[in-house]
Design a binder for this molecule. Sequence first.
Ligand code: NAD
Length: 322
Amino acid sequence: MDKIKIGIIGTGYMGGTHAQLYARSERAAVHAVYDIRPERMERVSKQTGAKCMESGEQVIESCDAIIVTTPNSKHTALTIAAANAGKAVFSEKPMATNLTEARAVLEASKNARVFQVGHNRRFAPVYVKLKELINEDRVHSAHIKMNRGELQNPEWTGEAEVTGGFLYETTIHLFDMMRFQFGEVAEMLAFGSSQTYPETDNFSVLLKFVNGLHATFCSAADASWIFPFERVEAFCEHRTIMTQEMENLTDSRGTDPNFQFFSWHLLSKEERWGYSQENEQFIDAILNETEPPVTAFDGYKSVELVEACYKAVKTGERIVFD
Ligand SMILES: NC(=O)c1ccc[n+]([C@@H]2O[C@H](COP(=O)([O-])OP(=O)(O)OC[C@H]3O[C@@H](n4cnc5c(N)ncnc54)[C@H](O)[C@@H]3O)[C@@H](O)[C@H]2O)c1
């Protein structure tokens, strides 16, 4: 069987990560790469044997599956072109940086062989375990945190016109995670402020889900990188299930402070963060002609939550979803 020809557009940190993983795959090969910074594509080309191309369009033409790992606001033109060319498309998160473009991608995704969005955390063993435990109990409320240490690295993370805003850059991961774990959001109230950067960089959000669960969610761009920058605490009757980044999960049941502890610290980062698994399942979806595990609709819904949060902060309104 011929290997699936992977093309990567944007060969920085994430493009490089996906390239390394696909270079080890028995079912796929990194065939072509393009980056506006030639030294970056040459580095990945040397590591993987991929051809250096002169444009994103050339990558799209020459490959079966296109991985778009450019900065946030540079995803949609490329993913739409790749989808309309009938290719399999993997868009890094966020799928888009506004609702108009998210709708356009959703529409174009119908023409793609497969369209998957890079919400990698869904595949991280810690969140797979959280979902398993949540499914066996009834979570009634939750507290969620998703912080960053800075908006400085990569250099464009401080430019809201490139990221779409801090919520698109970082917080969107856990907006998607909330849907994955708790289902659709029914109502949202949010407060925000600009503390360190020119954009709104601190958020406090209250959420109610369709299933009645309610949650608090905080997200700060100028916190330190102290462990854990990301955490979910889910509360059930006499039970707390708590995650810390992609590292570990504590499950405490009963009325004593007893707990069971699960840790994934021995896994490689690519497995701990779900990158290996999301790529394998992307290839599965292509070969089996099945729906990918994170669809364009999922990508759209996470953009919708981000937009709702910005609107709630700006207007002070309580957002009620249809
Ligand atoms: N899923 C995750 O955990 C995760 C982690 C980090 C980043 N990301 C996402 O991955 C994407 C890339 O982030 P990164 O950290 O790799 O950034 P990066 O700056 O390291 O890499 C982006 C690359 O894209 C190149 N580029 C810019 N415009 C281009 C264009 N029009 N055509 C081709 N190349 C272009 C840049 O030169 C750079 O090399 C972002 O959307 C980010 O949100 C996801």
